[in-house]
Write a protein that binds this ligand. Structure first.
Ligand SMILES: [Zn+2]
Length: 226
């Protein structure tokens, strides 16, 4: 039933979903980075307060220059915030800063999906580095057997990684919204803006998972046809 043609169409579908998701992230961020919270705390201040309230004292809050490059680095215990979040007292900044704190809290509580995600990072990095060779090799030689098998292995790893990423990201956003309201950093009304920004970001992770899954199914369909 899942022929190479069908799986190819599914891949095209995920390209569209990914583009829509990316557009929604940018537009939600642009919209809510212009809305100042009533409390007026910057992203950096939000992060500092939330880490303090969570009893986390060994995580460094750093300012990184990458646009929307906000992330929590568990290996270095660094919470990296981009200028548009670090220095901004907007609804979007509060949401993103709190989301990254969510990851730091997951780490401090040894949240199982985060631990699993960290465990598969090294093999995922190898898989990502092999990816261009598979795409270019497939383009030049067609999908010959060894290349197909390697591609299936690579996409299997990427699919598992993206799948484990989903609970980690959804949980971080859930925690973020909860602590923002509990600590009076955003009002209930502002929380709906936070939700729009974080839900848009969540859709990009769903798109990444579907993309990896459908690439995997496509290669499996190609091999099944042989
Ligand atoms: Zn995240």
């Amino acid at each position: 039933m899942l022929t190479p043609q069908v799986t190819f169409l599914l891949i095209i579908f995920t390209v569209i979903v990914a583009a829509v998701a990316q557009f929604r992230v940018s537009s939600a961020f642009n919209r809510f980075s212009r809305v100042r919270t009533r409390r007026g705390m910057t992203g950096a201040e939000v992060a500092a307060l939330l880490l303090e309230r969570a009893g986390i004292h060994d995580v460094e809050i750093a300012r990184v220059e990458t646009y929307l490059g906000d992330h929590y680095d568990p290996t270095r215990k660094r919470l990296c915030l981009s200028p548009g979040v670090f220095d901004s007292a907007s609804v979007a900044a509060a949401g993103i800063a709190a989301h990254e704190c969510g990851h730091a809290i997951q780490h401090a509580h040894a949240y199982a999906p985060l631990k699993a995600r960290m465990a598969v990072v090294p093999v995922t990095m190898v898989a990502s580095q092999l990816l261009p060779f598979i795409v270019i090799g497939g383009f030049i030689f067609g999908y010959v057997r060894p290349l197909l098998d390697l591609g299936i292995a690579v996409y299997a790893v990427l699919t598992v990684f993206q799948l484990i990423t989903l609970p980690v990201e959804f949980d971080a956003s859930r925690r973020a919204r909860l602590v923002l309201v509990q600590n009076g950093i955003v009002t209930r009304e502002e929380d709906s803006g936070v939700a729009k920004v974080l839900n848009a970001a969540a859709l990009t992770y769903v798109a990444a998972f579907l993309s990896a899954l459908f690439h995997l199914l496509h290669l499996l369909a190609l091999r099944g046809r042989e």
